[in-house]
Ligand binder design. Structure first.
Ligand SMILES: [Ca+2]
Ligand SMILES: [Ca+2]
Length: 188
């Protein structure tokens, strides 16, 4: 079993709290995905009956089912932080070898990209990034400086390809200088 470095644990612990445990009750369950859906609907100004909201709900249900299947060892419909680390530890080798993420995580990546790209031009600009991530509780300053880091001062556009590359770096890299470390704000 691959074990995670302290740096990887730090990154994974950070996103567990900031982007998965959305309602901040110390565990990850369906309620968190439900909260995330409401945030994303507000961000994109979707009315209750907008078909995009229904599509987003269906996507999040697939993501949650996938996450549960991989991580919820004791089948209590919650992903504890220990289960979260264990899942990452177990899949680290597989992922590194194949450079391929579990399908639920790839779906989630694509979903989060589209959710933040509110103008729909397939690029997340600095303002869209700030709006999306402040809705998850980050400060505007943290968002802006993170954006400058991973976009190399705005030189690299945040397209889906760039996003995917940075996303992989975030989850896999042990390099503290890797740009992908900033994709979700500041790890501290
Ligand atoms: Ca929670
Ligand atoms: Ca569990």
């Amino acid at each position: 079993m691959a074990s995670l470095s302290d740096f990887q644990r730090k990154k994974l612990g950070y996103i567990y709290h900031v982007f998965y445990d959305v309602n901040n009750d110390g565990k990850v369950d369906w309620d968190d995905f439900s909260c995330a859906l409401e945030k994303i609907a507000t961000l994109n100004k979707w009315e209750e009956e907008n078909p995009k909201k229904k599509q987003a709900l269906e996507c999040l249900q697939l993501v949650w089912d996938g996450l549960k299947k991989y991580a919820d060892e004791n089948s209590d419909d919650e992903i504890s932080k220990d289960e979260w680390y264990k899942m990452w530890s177990d899949c680290a080798d597989k992922v590194v070898a194949k450079q391929e993420f579990p399908y639920w995580l790839s779906s989630y990546m694509s979903f989060m990209f589209d959710a933040a790209d509110t103008s729909g031009d397939n690029v997340i600009d600095k303002e869209e990034f700030r709006q999306a991530y402040t809705s998850f509780g980050l400060s505007a300053d943290v968002c802006d400086s993170a954006f400058d880091k991973f976009s190399d001062g705005g030189k690299v556009q945040l397209t889906k390809d760039t996003y995917s590359k940075l996303w992989h770096e975030f989850f896999l890299s042990n390099d503290v200088e890797a740009k992908g470390n900033f994709l979700f704000g500041a790890i501290e």
